[in-house]
Design a binder for this molecule. Structure first.
Ligand SMILES: Cc1cc2nc3c(=O)[nH]c(=O)nc-3n(C[C@H](O)[C@H](O)[C@H](O)COP(=O)(O)OP(=O)(O)OC[C@H]3O[C@@H](n4cnc5c(N)ncnc54)[C@H](O)[C@@H]3O)c2cc1C
Length: 638
């Protein structure tokens, strides 16, 4: 396998090195895009796949590992427009722009949503979904979650020491992916204390939270290599580790796709691209795949590419001077992310060691380094963002849940919900929003469907994040400069019910710190302070302190019927076009209650399966039913 230090030696193709023709072109070599390219090139040895990726192959350090590698140039930081409901603060959003995309810089927290998140996804596309062969409900996406990752079971010793539980049959077991997931080989002592206090509150603790049942106190794996404790990401697992014997898989790095040039609706478009560091017209090239193009540039750039290609709301495109190819008003609408209202609590008794011990305690730091150098890697450096979180429903958090749900239904009934969308929202998008709110009202009413997540690692949790926001933002092409970064309008908290929901998180955490477990450690509130109790005061505190983005931007080319503001159908084809699909985190209609990378991998796996079935192999007479599996890797039990 190419070791991380050898990454620079992997060939990066220049435009002159491209072949005369390709069967498939994938736009964006990120989490979903490389999953698709890997599976297509594996399934079709006789067909060529090209990925065009903005970034280059770069080292991808783990979240928490000994100092050494720098962050490189692989991040793009975007400031949103001011957010009115947050006193005009802005969101800072980061996306990964390198081979592997955001999986190369994320927090490696590798959870999946509750099964109801995916069932709601399927529901919201109705009636189109009812007629479609493809469904994205839990039962139909679970096999692709299973396929997308190889899970390494913890050793018996660690299971006993830390209390790890898991269920391979429910969540994993295929072992056909180079993407690996593990529970860390270490936990700081505070992990168990924080866990015990939640159990003292009477919360459930499912044996396995990645199998669809994710309500309560959960163990969550990290996307990390079992052996060396390094980050497991798409650039490594779906490119570097497979490329050696995949002569039909090309990656053009350092090139930006500017647009698709669409001719006939049932013919593959030409893809226009240029080197990232060139503005010369002479460097602009095109490639036209024989079969189809898959756009996988992520939630910020997939809608931008579609709009530059003339696929978007006609009025908006015309005003921007772009010829309309498909009038598809939903492109760039329905933007969602998780946001996190913080609060903080302190313990009189400091629980050591903690992450700070790496800097403050030389002996601990040396032992940590030695343990990390072992194979398999051990010790605190194997912790990424930790492995624990609570996921709780609204009825579990607050007695006010029925009133909050009634307020959502009232907004739908009298149409006032539409006042909270951005000005000029197209009518079809409004219809889709009302349909989503009906599904969200049911979700917030359900005592099993989580709306709050709070992860922790080296200290006890003080705040969480909102898993089911009602507010919607937009990501739009800059009409003045099509090549500039798109304009991101977060609109966090635009629908005031989101503030209502988040204002109930703090009282929940106050109850948590009142448990005997926490009181025995001298727990006290630091901010906003015990005197802040009225909902309005808590809300004002949230407006001024909330983190608007948890780096889970999504849903900007969502899978819904066109008349509800949708952009793609269940087969991922852009409405109105036969040979253009979108397959990345932007296709989800309602953000699932989870960090989003595992879902992006599953989308990539399922997209590949759909594409493989639609293009029978040249030799095969019958359509291929299933993607062939890559060869079994070493046993994952340790
Ligand atoms: C800082 C950060 C922390 C996160 N933490 C977590 C976490 O702990 N756990 C978790 O599960 N999720 C986390 N996420 C979210 C998760 O990583 C993403 O949701 C997921 O990786 C998105 O996958 P994607 O395939 O949709 O897009 P990406 O992986 O972002 O891929 C898009 C690719 O398209 C390329 N591209 C864009 N425009 C163009 C263009 N015009 N031409 C060519 N190429 C282009 C980009 O360079 C990129 O490689 C985090 C994300 C970030 C940024």
């Amino acid at each position: 396998l190419p070791h991380r230090n050898g990454i620079g030696r992997v060939v990066k193709r220049q435009v002159e090195e491209l072949r005369d023709s390709y069967d498939f072109v994938v736009v964006g070599g990120g989490t979903a895009g490389l999953t698709i390219a890997d599976r297509l090139s594996e399934a079709f040895p006789e067909r060529n796949t090209l990925v065009i990726e903005y970034g280059v192959v770069e080292d991808a350090e783990a979240v928490f590992e000994p100092p050494g590698g720098g962050p490189g140039n692989k991040r793009l930081n975007i400031q949103s427009l001011p957010i009115p409901a947050l006193n005009n603060r802005r969101a800072s959003l980061t996306v990964g722009m390198t081979v592997g995309g955001s999986s190369t810089i994320n927090g490696q927290f590798f959870d999946r949503g509750h099964k109801l998140d995916y069932d709601d996804w399927a529901k919201i596309g109705s009636p189109e979904f009812d007629e479609s062969e493809e469904s994205w409900d839990w039962d139909n996406i679970l096999p692709f979650f299973k396929k997308s990752v190889t899970f390494f079971e913890p050793s018996e010793e660690n299971a006993e020491l830390y209390g790890y539980t898991w269920d391979v049959d429910a969540a994993y077991g295929e072992n056909v992916s180079h993407i690996q997931a593990v529970y860390a080989q270490y936990q700081f002592p505070v992990q168990k204390i924080a866990w015990d206090a939640f159990i003292e509150m009477g919360l459930p603790s499912p044996k396995e939270c990645a199998g669809g049942d994710k309500h309560g106190v959960c163990w969550v794996p990290a996307s990390q290599y079992y052996l060396d404790g390094q980050r497991s990401h798409a650039g490594r697992g779906h490119y570097l580790e497979v490329i050696e014997d995949r002569s039909n898989y090309d990656l053009l790095a350092g090139h930006k796709v500017t647009r698709l040039i669409v001719g006939e609706a049932d013919a593959p478009p030409a893809i226009e691209f240029k080197p990232v560091d060139s503005d010369s017209e002479d460097d602009v090239k095109t490639v036209t795949p024989k079969l189809e193009v898959v756009v996988s540039a992520g939630a910020i750039h997939s809608p931008q590419i579609l709009q530059r290609s003339g696929i978007g709301e006609a009025e908006f495109l015309e005003a921007a001077g772009i010829e309309v190819v498909v009038d598809l008003p939903g492109v760039g609408h329905n933007f969602q992310d998780h946001c996190g209202p913080g609060s903080s609590f302190a313990l009189a008794e400091s629980i050591q060691p903690s992450q700070g011990s790496i800097n403050s305690n030389e002996t601990f730091a040396k032992e940590a380094l030695d343990l990390y150098a072992e194979r398999p890697a051990k010790g605190p450096y194997t912790l990424a963002m930790g492995n624990s979180a609570i996921y709780l429903s609204l009825p579990v958090i607050t007695e006010d849940s029925a009133d909050i749900v009634a307020a959502i239904r009232a907004q739908i009934e009298d149409g006032s919900a539409l006042d909270y969308l951005s000005e000029g929202t197209p009518e079809s998008v409004k219809d889709g929003y009302l349909a989503q709110l009906a599904v969200l009202a049911d979700a917030l009413e359900n005592p099993e469907h989580p709306v709050l997540e709070a992860p922790w690692m080296s200290s006890t949790p003080g705040g969480g994040f909102l898993l089911k926001p009602l507010s919607r933002g937009t990501v739009q092409l800059n009409p003045e400069d099509h090549d500039a970064e798109p304009i991101v309008d977060y609109r966090t908290g635009a629908n005031p019910i989101d503030m209502e929901v988040m204002s109930r998180f703090l009282p929940f955490f106050r109850r948590y710190y009142e448990t005997e477990t926490m009181q025995a450690l001298g727990a006290r509130e630091v901010s906003p302070g015990a005197n802040v109790t009225a909902v309005e005061d808590i809300t004002e505190y949230i407006r001024n302190t909330i983190t608007p983005s948890f780096m889970h931007p999504c849903c900007t080319a969502s899978m819904m019927p066109k008349e509800k503001g949708g952009v793609v159908g269940p087969d991922l084809k852009v409405h109105g076009l036969e040979r253009v699909r979108v397959a990345d985190i932007s296709i989800i209609p309602i953000i699932p209650g989870t960090h989003t990378s595992a879902t992006a991998y599953a989308i990539g796996e399922k997209a590949a399966d759909i594409i493989i079935r639609s293009w029978p192999s040249e030799e095969a007479e019958e359509p291929v039913k299933e993607a062939p599996k890559c060869k079994k890797r070493r046993s994952q039990k340790h």
